[in-house]
Design a protein around this ligand. Structure first.
Ligand code: FES
Length: 68
């Protein structure tokens, strides 16, 4: 699904950028080549980035608990 119509960024691209280290929507956009333009997509992009990091934290926590 397209999240950003200004830059034609898909949710999967934003999630990939987050998995590669982007901590914010703006960092994800910069990693993809262009920063935000109108900004109307940033709430949705922020949710995607935060979800990626929340999932990572949960999986690290599960791994840590399994190792205990
Ligand atoms: S829709 Fe993403 S910057 Fe405009």
């Amino acid at each position: 699904m397209f999240v950003c119509s200004c830059n034609a960024y898909r949710d999967s691209q934003i999630a990939d950028a987050a998995r590669k280290g982007a901590r914010t929507a703006c960092e994800a956009y910069e990693a993809l080549g262009n920063g935000p333009n109108c900004g109307s997509c940033l709430d949705t992009a922020t949710e995607i980035v935060e979800q990626v990091h929340a999932n990572r934290a949960a999986s690290h926590s599960a791994f840590s608990n399994a190792a205990d």
